[in-house]
Design a binder for this molecule. Structure first.
Ligand code: NZQ
Ligand code: ZN
Length: 386
């Protein structure tokens, strides 16, 4: 097992009827900006629950944060934060609203001229404006981690940011919120969290037995509950397990002491930036091809994944590894997720070459757990996904 430090300061408030607790988590004298997306919370009653809970607080609102939150929209919220002397941010939404709020938490205290530099120059946020979240869509794990991904529609870039100052102070996880989530977003949530585990698990053996078993436990649970969730969003048992799996998949725990990959996410973000493909679907396009391309590096863990999660017991190491990839693709299809770039766009001629050049420009010499996925490899992996 590798050495590690571990600290996660986010308080989780989990379960039915817990949204009302936001009032006791936010200081009574805070001036709050409540942030949300395109209106789902107004239709499903979450907006009313939060507003009622905060009836004794001073609360301003900013709605309209898009999926894959856009920098120029967030700048409008930043103006309000500064003009109104906001002291506390409350994100009510999925990964996009929470990530947008993290950007604002950082930008509100940033002293430079251009907040885009926080992303472009990868400036870590040591201290941000305090914020909490009410999660409405299990998927990203953003509710219990310190990362965010922001899109700039002008430059067609989607870049990450983070730092110890960007953990939410608290997150309310009420599994009943999933009742109103459309099938497409449910499938996305299952696939995003599944891939988060794979990014921290399909690498090479590191003698971290507990981390492996926790990772496999999350994967097995997601496979078990996926059909139940898609069939009936009122199935509270399935919903609560789904929600906790998504949080546990990316709250930092399973990555401790092990190598991590994250190349699928790095490449996937380019597909969202170029074609607006949903985040989770970009992972389904890239992930299996990356595993095939890097089979030699990853075959031990792929075979272990095949044995323990998919029950593949026969064949050589390579055969088990390949069968595990095939099973994963079949799982994606069972969720209604297409796995080829051409299923989403016809406009991909030259795209692989363009991304290769872009990674070279950014100085991204190599990615993956062994730092051996070069821009030329990225080009080939994208071509395999056509
Ligand atoms: O905008 P509204 O109207 O609220 O609708 C949203 C949105 O259209 C809807 N929705 C959310 N909760 C709902 C609901 N509809 C009905 N009922 C509910 N209870 O779902 C749509 C998608 O929401 P979004 O927040 O975009 O989805 P998700 O949570 O999948 O977030 C995706 C974003 O997170 C980033 C992705 O790159 C992407 O930008 N990620 C963030 C990570 C992190 N911070 O750790 C890690 C991930 O790998 C990922 O990169
Ligand atoms: Zn993800």
């Amino acid at each position: 097992m590798l050495n590690f430090d571990y600290k996660n300061p986010t308080k989780i408030i989990f379960g039915k009827g817990q949204i009302e607790k936001v009032s006791s988590e936010i200081p009574a004298d805070a001036k709050v900006l409540m942030l949300y997306g395109g209106g789902s919370i107004q239709k499903n009653g979450i907006y009313d629950q939060v507003s009622k809970a905060l009836s004794n607080h001073t609360v301003l609102e900013f709605g309209g944060i898009e999926a894959n939150p856009k920098y120029h929209t967030l700048l409008k919220a930043l103006e309000i934060i500064k003009k109104e002397n906001i002291t506390f941010l409350l994100a009510v939404g999925g990964g996009s609203v929470i990530d947008g709020t993290k950007f604002l938490s950082s930008a509100a205290l940033y002293e430079g001229d251009n907040p885009w530099d926080i992303l472009k120059k990868a400036i870590r946020t040591e201290v941000g404006m305090p914020f909490g979240t009410v999660l409405t869509l299990p998927a990203t794990g953003s509710e219990m981690n310190s990362g965010a991904v922001i899109s700039n529609e002008e430059t067609k870039e989607k870049l990450g940011m983070g730092g110890p100052g960007l953990f939410p102070q608290f997150s309310v996880l009420d599994p009943e919120v999933i009742q109103s989530i459309p099938q497409r977003q449910l499938a996305n949530g299952i696939m995003d969290s599944f891939t988060h585990v794979l990014e921290q698990y399909i690498t090479y053996p590191a003698g971290a037995f507990l981390q492996d078993r926790i990772a496999e436990g999350i994967l097995q649970t997601l496979v078990e509950i996926a059909p139940r969730i898609l069939k009936n969003t009122s199935d509270y048992e399935a919903a609560s397990n789904f929600m906790w799996c998504c949080t546990m998949a990316l709250n930092g725990l399973i990555q401790k002491g092990v190598p991590t990959d994250w190349a699928t996410h790095g490449i996937g973000h380019e597909l969202t930036a170029a074609f607006e493909i949903d985040h989770a679907r970009t992972l389904s396009i890239i992930g299996p091809n990356l595993y095939r391309y890097k089979l030699d590096n990853k075959k031990e863990k792929l075979a272990q994944f095949g044995e323990r999660v998919w029950g593949i017991t026969s064949g050589t190491l390579e055969e088990k590894a390949t069968a595990a990839i095939d099973k994963t693709v079949a799982f994606m299809h069972s969720l209604g997720i297409d796995t080829k770039l051409s299923d989403y766009t016809k406009d991909y001629d030259g795209f692989a070459q363009k991304i290769k050049a872009r990674f070279e420009e950014r100085g991204w010499v190599a990615m993956g757990e062994r730092k051996d996925i070069t821009p030329t490899d990225v080009e080939k992996i994208i071509e395999m996904s056509y």
